[in-house]
Design a protein around this ligand. Structure first.
Ligand SMILES: [Zn+2]
Length: 135
């Protein structure tokens, strides 16, 4: 039987090792924006170092994106298989997916302003619950 994840890895010039397959499947089935530590907790058979190295490889191949700037100081990861943007609650550090925005006009504007061909983008917005008490 054809393994679609195996194909994805091969299309990105990555050897389909069982650990890479496990990690790619994990990233594509979890929308929790995990840190490497969180993934390692769920997949204790894969060492933390391997989780880190594999994620960085995936980032390099644009299979995974990094979400940073979260005040927990940790690097969070997200599968890059569906276009969406992030809204980060700065009080709770919750990273929320949202897809109700078409970035095409922004991409067009960026190209017009710079002459560059935009090849990737990342949109993170930060906010607080309006009902929460000020600190
Ligand atoms: Zn996301």
């Amino acid at each position: 039987m054809l393994n679609p994840l195996k194909n994805v890895l091969q299309e990105h010039q990555l050897k389909a090792t069982s650990q890479r397959l496990t990690l790619l499947e994990y990233m594509m089935t979890h929308d929790t924006h995990p840190t490497a530590e969180m993934i390692h907790q769920d997949l204790p058979n894969i060492s933390l170092a391997t989780v880190y190295n594999t994620l960085e490889k995936f980032v390099e191949k644009k299979l995974v994106v990094i979400i940073d700037g979260i005040s927990d100081g940790k690097r969070h990861y997200d599968a890059a298989d569906h276009p969406h943007y992030h809204v980060i609650n700065t009080r709770t550090n919750e990273i929320i997916d949202a897809a109700n925005y078409d970035p095409a006009p922004l991409i067009k504007a960026a190209q017009a302003a710079t002459g560059l061909k935009i090849t990737e983008y990342k949109i993170d917005l930060y906010g607080v619950d309006p009902d929460s008490k000020p600190e």
